[in-house]
Design a binder for this molecule. Structure first.
Ligand SMILES: Cc1cc2nc3c(=O)[nH]c(=O)nc-3n(C[C@H](O)[C@H](O)[C@H](O)COP(=O)(O)OP(=O)(O)OC[C@H]3O[C@@H](n4cnc5c(N)ncnc54)[C@H](O)[C@@H]3O)c2cc1C
Length: 446
């Protein structure tokens, strides 16, 4: 294990007598998981078994039943895969600050390992656990190819400032994964009661589950194979056309950690297809740039996070007259004057995944049709996180901040409402793809 992938979250050296525990949170998979591999390495060193725990919270940043079901079904897969390796999987329910700490105490856990996440809520959970436990606590970046803290020690300005830093570290980090080893000693942990799991969720049950995408590690691998076999070669030319089925649809799997970005990169790289470079730019550089932003900028989901030039220009244009103004309710029910915008909104509500190109147009129009950039950001994040299966992700916070607040972008010629923020128009879309065909396509989604 490359030690740069691991950080200590406390300075305690005294170990408990019991198992090494991997508190799985963001990276919900058995294979290709550096946090689990690290826990296994520590367990072998200390002659202890590994146990994996997951703590299911009853509500999480506006996630709906759509998201919880996808996650819970994926976790059942994780349990089965771990069982094959004799590694117990224990599902806790409640708040991690209580549940994970109690588990550590009750099982005399020797060492605790968890995975990395730049979001505030995860930092808070880890702090709460850290304050309660008396054993060594480690964090492993199992989500990024280049660990977030190794890629850069500061918030990066744009893709061009982080690209070479990441690229120069790929030979060190973009390596194949070792296989997870079968464990000799089985630890007795009570069975998980999946029937009762989720009964106490305090989530929105009106956002329906999705049928077109199946959760879990195996399904994620199948989706990757399909993408490589059927779409990758068309990716550079067709990825910005929402009528073409040329994108990977891997973001929900990456978000829930059901597949490692590193596995995707390894398989795509192997193909030798020229188109791979465009795809890897998105998967590695753009995605890891978003991680960098959320890790180093506490205000990743608010106006204060925008760069100074963007705050200034947006402030100057606050008094500008807006041609249309819509409420959250009107946006949510896709009742604007713009049939293209309405179609994008409906694609997100019905399919749980708006096409990437439309996401930019969608967010920029919310800026154009609300009273302030702050309100626009709030509405965009609320809708994104309620309906997108890949919502509540650094990519989402940054996607919205890029569209509305110029994050990782540059200043453009000034215009009303937007100031120097990059503008997108209906006619611009018409020149790029068949707008009526897209509207029809969305209409046909059941
Ligand atoms: C307003 C707005 C909101 C967004 N919300 C989210 C979100 O909630 N969750 C989310 O994962 N992405 C979000 N994105 C980024 C991007 O649109 C999605 O990652 C992409 O559409 C996912 O579909 P895919 O996996 O089929 O993409 P592909 O084109 O197949 O790309 C493969 C992978 O590369 C990465 N990637 C692609 N585009 C970007 C990008 N622009 N920035 C960072 N990484 C990228 C993702 O990990 C993606 O899964 C948002 C973008 C915008 C403009």
């Amino acid at each position: 294990m490359n030690e740069k992938r691991v950080r200590r979250l406390n300075e305690i050296d005294t170990r408990g007598q019991g198992p090494v525990v991997y508190w799985m949170s963001r990276d919900q998979r058995a294979e290709d998981n550096w946090a689990l591999l690290s826990a296994q390495e520590l367990a072998v060193e200390n002659k202890k078994p590994v146990v994996v725990v997951f703590c299911l919270v009853p509500e999480f940043l506006g996630a709906a039943i759509r998201h919880y079901r996808f996650m819970i079904e994926g976790l059942k897969d994780v349990e089965q895969e771990l069982l094959k390796k004799n590694i117990p999987f224990c599902l806790l329910q409640g708040q991690p600050g209580e549940e994970v700490s109690n588990f550590v105490e009750n099982h005399e856990v020797s060492l605790l390992v968890t995975d990395f996440d730049p979001l505030r809520i995860k930092k808070k959970w880890k702090k709460e656990v850290k304050n309660k436990i008396r054993v060594p606590f480690f964090e492993v970046d199992a989500h990024n190819i280049v660990p977030c803290w190794a890629a850069s020690p500061k918030q990066e300005f744009a893709a061009y400032t982080i690209r070479n830093k990441i690229k120069s570290l790929l030979p060190e980090f973009l390596i194949d994964f070792p296989r997870l080893k079968k464990q000799n000693e089985a630890v007795k942990i009570p069975d998980n009661d999946w029937e009762k799991t989720g009964h106490n969720l305090k989530v929105d049950f009106s956002v329906p589950e999705l049928k077109w995408i199946k959760p879990g590690e195996k399904e994620a691998r199948n989706a990757l194979k399909r993408f490589i076999g059927q779409k990758l070669s068309r990716y550079p030319e067709e990825r910005n056309d929402p009528n073409e089925d040329a994108v990977s649809d891997l973001s929900p799997y990456i978000h829930f950690g059901q597949i490692a970005a590193q596995r995707i990169a390894l398989e795509v790289r192997k193909t030798g297809i020229k188109a791979r470079d465009d795809f890897l730019e998105e998967l590695i550089i753009r995605r890891e740039l978003a991680e960098n932003y959320c890790f180093y900028n506490e205000n990743y989901d608010s106006f204060q996070g925008f760069p100074d030039w963007a705050q200034k220009t947006l402030d100057e244009h606050r008094p500008d007259q807006r041609e249309y103004l819509y409420s959250l309710k009107q946006f949510e029910s896709a009742r604007t004057h713009d049939d293209l915008w309405n179609a994008a909104q409906l694609e997100m509500v019905k399919r749980g995944k708006m096409h990437g190109y439309m996401r930019m147009y969608w967010a920029k129009k919310i800026l154009e049709w609300t009273r302030s950039p702050d309100e626009a950001q709030k509405i965009a994040l609320y809708l994104n996180d309620k309906y997108e299966l890949d919502g509540r992700d650094p990519n989402g916070y940054v996607g919205v901040a890029w569209s509305i607040g110029g994050v990782h972008d540059r200043a453009w010629p000034s215009r009303p409402v937007f100031g120097k923020i990059r503008y997108m128009s209906y006619n611009g879309c018409r020149s790029k793809f068949d707008v009526p065909a897209y509207i029809d396509k969305v209409r046909s989604i059941l």
